[in-house]
Ligand binder design. Sequence first.
Ligand code: PMP
Length: 418
Amino acid sequence: MSKPPIWHPFTQHGLNEPIPEVSHADGAVLYRKDGGEMIDAISSWWVTTHGHAHPKIAAAIAEQAARLDQIIFAGWTHRPAEDLARGLRALMPDTLTRVFFSDSGSTSVEVALKMALGYWLNRGEDRHRIVVMDNGYHGDTIGTMSVGARGAFNRAYEPLLFDVTSIPFPASGLEQATYDALDAACREGAAAFIVEPLVLGAGGMLMYSARVLSEMRSICAKYGTLFIADEVMTGWGRTGTLLACEQAGIEPDILCLSKGLTGGAVPLAVTMASEPVFEAHLSPDRARMFFHSSSYTANPIACAAANANLAIWREEPVIERIATLARRQEEHLEQLKNHALVRGARQVGTITALEVGEADGYLSDLAPRMLAMFRERGVLLRPLGNTVYVMPPYCITAEQLARVYGAIAEVLDALAIR
Ligand code: PMP
């Protein structure tokens, strides 16, 4: 058969690398069309929390699809969206009183940035500068690339990206430089600071402490700079708690959630906002409304999947599962961290990361070489440059996790003797 006319994401088709077909999935396992099995050790790009094809989520999707599949959300409402908004309000920090729906992590961030700018404009203050953190990642649209790290990923689009103020990553021992830069930017009247709490994901699983997060939040509060927590990756238990912000005891002004919002089954995102942010847009004047919508805003099928996810969080011992996974991850990391090829190892909750070999960045051929070697061993791992990270669904069994780390050890051994 000829190749299908598909242009895959983050794929150089000129290299003709194999693109295997997955026929079905169950829990932490992906089944290949050719008969092979793969353990999904990266939760299919960090989305799958409770496991693939979760029966409760699958049933909720099927039921809702047969009842009400889609309805314009401007001027109309529906029960799945209302239940979800109430459920999120009950589960998320008290400060976050309003729920705005969109469809991906990137759009939840775009919405957050637009809310922040609308807030200041409607209050009659000229504040529009966004502060970001070095190595941050918030998506691949023009706006989210603007607030993310610049590099090979977005060189071609650089002329379209807007200017931001970037503060240094709070590397251990160098936190004061981060605080000073944030303080200076906020003092100059920055509109908002956007950050990934505790872990910078695509930037290489870079981790910093809850104390730093709480200090950054205080600095923003001092100057009224809106604090936007992008928990698209860290949310839904990844760092050991429902939100990473919880560990710092902080509440953001604006919160971005996606990925695990539906348990990872279908696309949906929310941007939750504090009452002052909502109220700044509240007026009899239409010119002050929040100007954002998309065709699938609050799609009922996606909302039903998210409601099923919330029910799982309420009814099942998810936090206990996460704690067990975090402990097992720690034990495996301990075993591997002294391997000759490992330069560093770190963990937050269910996420572990290993620095392998020499540092030469995302485009080095080490990552695709390792990816292929993991694939041969039946494990889906997709290193970020020299960083091998493990972020599995919470249902992964002890035996499956041992297979993942067994594959990592084998690959490191194979690379060490070359
Ligand atoms: N923010 C963060 C922190 C992310 O990790 C990602 C995606 N990995 C995004 C935003 C963008 O999400 P999406 O790919 O769903 O647009």
